[in-house]
Design a protein around this ligand. Structure first.
Ligand code: GDP
Ligand code: MG
Ligand code: ZN
Ligand code: ZN
Length: 446
């Protein structure tokens, strides 16, 4: 910096000396360059503003109109800064060309013009760029303040509630869906506050669409970022529970009475507001959705109960295809005492190996997913399920659970009772495992 100032000073002195020597052509060259340099910044500015660099297209490739006072104003400032130099050099070349065209080349005048254009050009460049910077910054400040307020408020809410979405088609979990403009079909991959607008943006087709999370609209539809199938987006925390067990062990019966108890007895006891949303039919099973809300919650919970066909646990590859195991919050392992213990052990082994592979958990580490082990089809309930299981020859099952999972609990159950004709809701066999797994899956569901 100091170096540059000294250089400039020396040049200025040199010019003064030249002028003092009274060389009229040099004086005129200096004056000319001065007046030219007053305007070159604006020429460069005009050039930059009309220009889109390749970089720009790659960084911001949403099909929407970019707002000027977000990023673009500073890109223009930067481009103008670098273009001024080129414009000034062009002026020198122009003068040279004119001299050659006329056949009268004055080297002294040309040199003086070149030097003073360099000096004045840079002086004006610094002054103008500074003013330019101030102007765009002052105009942009309210925008940025608004942007950060919105972003922070939404960010806190989303982070606290762990809000996200689960695709029921491909089982992928995602934060932000892609949105399709209904009018033109273009895909907006980041429909969030940013360079295209803070609360809304304008699609290249001209349709104004609100940013995600702000207001619902029928101008866009949400699609899964992975499989591009249409998805429903909710401002809730997904809680995913998978029910595991061989065919006919009572998984579906368990889930049906569990959901019943959750909607009635459990939500009454816990002061929750539980609503059945829907049952999603899949080719390999069903996914039950239940909303759970409470004034005490930071966000609404959306329960996903995966009831996958028992056959899907017959081999490791089928288990690994159930991609929700990547993020599952809780497991319910159903044991049917009428099934050979050997078979149950086998299934458990396969399941544990598959889980470890999906989640990449080393053998010396516990699997950090809570698991409720439910011994089903018990007519006379016993308080000590581990004893019961031991008597049935299930000690290796207990040991495996104990060796592999951080958090587990044993329950016994009779899932026929609640869905049989008598509808004995007074016997809440499923209540304990359901309450336990929910409390383990999410702190707020204690
Ligand atoms: N005795 C008895 N039978 C049950 C119980 N739970 C389920 N079942 C029966 O076991 C069979 C298989 O149940 P289901 O829920 O379809 O098992 P899934 O294949 O694991 O979903 C059905 O015939 C049920 O009626 C139970 O607690 N006790
Ligand atoms: Mg079933
Ligand atoms: Zn998907
Ligand atoms: Zn559009």
């Amino acid at each position: 910096m100091l170096d540059l100032i000294i250089k400039i000073l020396i040049l200025i002195i040199a010019i003064i000396v030249f002028i003092a020597l009274g060389l009229p052509s040099i004086v005129s060259a200096v004056l000319k360059s001065f007046f030219i340099c007053i305007f070159t910044y604006f020429e460069a500015l005009k050039f930059s503003m009309g220009n889109i660099s390749v970089n720009e297209i790659n960084d911001h490739n949403e099909p929407a109109k970019e707002k000027y006072f977000f990023h673009k104003q500073y890109r223009d400032l930067k481009n103008t800064w670098f273009s001024v130099d080129g414009v000034n050099r062009g002026k020198v070349l122009l003068m040279k060309k004119k001299m050659y065209d006329k056949g009268r080349v004055n080297f002294k005048k040309l040199k003086a013009f070149e030097i003073s254009t360099y000096i004045f050009g840079n002086i004006f460049r610094v002054i103008y760029a500074f003013v330019h910077f101030l102007i765009v910054t002052i105009i942009s400040i309210p925008n940025y303040i608004f942007y950060y307020i919105i972003k922070t408020l939404k960010g806190i809410k989303r982070a606290r509630g762990k809000l996200s979405n689960v695709c029921l088609h491909c089982y992928e979990k995602f934060q932000l869906p892609h949105y399709v403009c209904v009018k033109c079909g273009r895909v907006h991959k980041k429909l969030i506050p940013g360079p295209y607008g803070i609360l809304r943006r304008k699609c290249v087709c001209g349709e104004v669409i609100p940013c995600a999370f702000y207001s619902r609209t029928d101008k866009i539809k949400a699609i899964c970022p992975t499989c591009s199938k249409e998805v429903e987006i909710r401002e809730s925390t997904p809680i995913c529970i998978s029910v595991v067990g061989p065919k006919a062990s009572g998984k579906t019966s368990f889930i049906l009475s569990a959901v019943n108890l959750l909607l009635n007895n459990i939500s009454r006891e816990k002061n929750w507001d539980a609503k059945f949303l829907k049952e999603n039919l899949k080719e390999d099973g069903k996914i039950y959705n239940v909303f759970i809300n409470s004034k005490k919650f930071s966000s609404e919970k959306l329960l996903y109960i995966y009831d996958i066909l028992g056959e899907k646990f017959n081999d490791k590859e089928s288990i690994k295809k159930q991609k929700y195991y990547k993020y599952i919050d809780g497991l319910i392992f159903i044991i049917d005492p009428s099934i050979d213990m050997y078979e149950i052990n086998d299934l458990l082994d396969r399941f544990i190996i598959a889980l470890r592979e999906i989640r990449q958990i080393k053998l010396d580490k516990f699997i950090p997913i809570p698991i409720a082990v439910v011994v089903n089809k018990i007519e006379e309930l016993d308080n000590n399920t581990e004893n019961l299981l031991n008597e049935m020859g299930g000690e290796t099952v207990i040991r495996k659970i104990n060796y592999n999972f951080t958090s587990y609990k044993f329950f016994s159950c009779n899932s026929m009772a609640n869905i049989s004709k008598e509808k004995r809701y007074d016997v809440e066999y499923e209540s304990e495992p359901v309450k336990w797994i929910l409390s383990e899956a999410n702190r707020e569901l204690k």
